[in-house]
Design a protein around this ligand. Sequence first.
Ligand SMILES: [Zn+2]
Length: 202
Amino acid sequence: MTSAVTPRTSTNCTAHLVNTVDDPGGPQHHDHLGTADDIGAWAEAVGALAPERARRLAANAEEAADLVRRAQDLRTAVAGFFGAAADGTDLAAPWRALRPVVAEAVAHAELVGEPGATTHDWSHLPAADALLLAAAGAAGRLAVAPGLARIKRCGACPWVFLDRSKNGSRRWCDMGDCGTARKMERYTARRAARRRAARAAG
Ligand SMILES: [Zn+2]
């Protein structure tokens, strides 16, 4: 689990949204959606908004507070659904919590592209709406895509990720971070066990 503002090409923007709290409840706790500026930095880092739009998400304190509340509510609904998918628990209740958010996204989407390559688009909206509705729309698409079976929870931290490996064997949100940390833990434990064994034998 590294900083959520590190763009990761191996996960889609739904997992990016879920993984915006570092070290939940721990000493390194940090919410990447804690202020309007945080949300702008996050949106820019994950490529959800162009830099000039990401820096103009809120015009005043009231809009900023509204943006933070909406972003965190969206994260709660998305994390509830995809957390359940990762953990293999029942999806009915978390879907009912996510459904109004997805419905709102579709209700405001334009359709762009030629038949065969059409997609929903929210770029005509103010930046804050464009960001939140696009994230909700992506969650709605993933909820009915084969990829839902590939949503997993990291073996070493609370983050979820979309496993795009060929054989579905990925276990860590980030091999360079959690995977390495867990390998180090195992190595340290083996070494300690060898030393205990050597002491007992000697
Ligand atoms: Zn992890």
